[in-house]
Design a protein around this ligand. Structure first.
Ligand code: SF4
Length: 315
């Protein structure tokens, strides 16, 4: 999977006298499965409506027991579209007492179904932080990445979230947005993109939010396939390599995060999950974990790690 002419990620770390090893683990990311109502072009997990992999109640019980045994500061629920997993409310209720900060990633359109009203109410009760994908303030650009009409649905949901208090000052209900480039290029700086999104969302639709995060697309899954089909893969990886920022390594999320797959196995991050490279080099189920990876333990890396160290990094 290494591209000709691209320095292996492990080698660039050595050349900069850096090592990518574990710090103290404080975040648990839970991937609830690959089922999604969308089929976005940039998805590193190739999630979509046809995927059958979703977290069972039994695995959720094992994840809740894991969080009870090893307290995390942050628990981050992701997918696919977690909203489509039937037992998601069970997971939220089970995890809420064990994490000061419980986050739920949403593509917004999966929340638009009226059947999700009770899920939103549950999020309000447990002060769940909502982290919503919103690639662009230009609807036609965003629809190119995510599908026709998806941005209109997302805007309607953002208005509903604001009405419920999310993203509104003084409510304590946090609504963050995530934007990634609609193509094979690097994102704008976080600060300038946040300023632009805040201005445009308010001006066009009267929408407020708390923070915006900008991430480079990771050359895995459907995004990788698209790059290969358009003969842009090598060019994109080289853009990432040229933007390598040694200062980003210290803050990489894989140093402090553990990722659990929909069937309960541990990975160093969601990208290693996508390529099935287990944490610590062996498949371990959450129910069998006796200790968290110790300080200094190695982290599985690959060419895709360059997406995390480009520019200000993917932390
Ligand atoms: S893909 Fe990113 S988060 Fe995962 S191991 Fe590589 S640098 Fe760390």
């Amino acid at each position: 999977m290494e591209t000709a002419g691209v320095e292996p990620f492990a080698d660039i770390l050595v050349r900069h006298r850096l090592s990518l090893v574990r710090d103290r683990v404080h975040t648990l990311q839970v991937n609830t499965g690959y089922l999604c109502n969308l089929r976005c072009r940039h998805c590193h997990l190739e999630a979509g409506p046809g995927r059958k992999e979703i977290m069972s109640r039994e695995t959720m019980e094992a994840v809740v027991s894991f969080a009870r045994r090893f307290p995390f500061q942050v628990i981050d629920l992701t997918g696919g579209a977690p909203e489509m997993v039937p037992d998601l409310p069970f997971l939220i209720e089970g995890l809420a007492p064990f994490a000061p900060r419980l986050m739920l990633r949403t593509n917004l359109s999966a929340l638009s179904d009226s059947a999700r009203e009770s899920l939103l109410a549950l999020c309000v009760v447990h002060r769940v932080v909502l982290v919503a994908s919103f690639p662009s303030t230009n609807p036609s650009e965003a629809d190119t990445q995510r599908g026709a009409g998806v941005t209109d649905a997302a805007i309607a949901v953002l208005k509903k979230l604001n009405a419920a208090g999310y993203g509104v000052e003084g409510t304590g209900l946090e609504l963050d947005l995530v934007s990634n480039p609609v193509g094979a290029f690097l994102p704008a700086s976080r600060e300038s993109a946040e300023r632009e999104f805040r201005h445009e969302l308010l001006r066009k639709w009267g929408i407020a939010f708390n923070h915006l995060y900008t991430f480079a697309n990771v050359p895995l899954g459907r995004f990788r396939t698209g790059l290969l089909q358009t003969e842009n893969y090598e060019r994109y990886v080289k853009i990432l390599v040229e933007a390598f920022n040694p200062a980003a390594v210290e803050g990489l999320m894989c140093r402090t995060l553990l990722s659990v797959s929909w069937d309960g196995f541990l990975y160093d991050c969601d990208f290693n999950l996508a390529v099935d490279r287990s944490a610590g080099g062996r498949k371990v189920h959450v129910s069998d974990v006796r200790e968290l990876p110790p300080f200094g333990a190695p982290i599985a890396t690959g060419e895709y790690c360059y997406a995390c160290t480009a520019g200000s990094g993917f932390t």
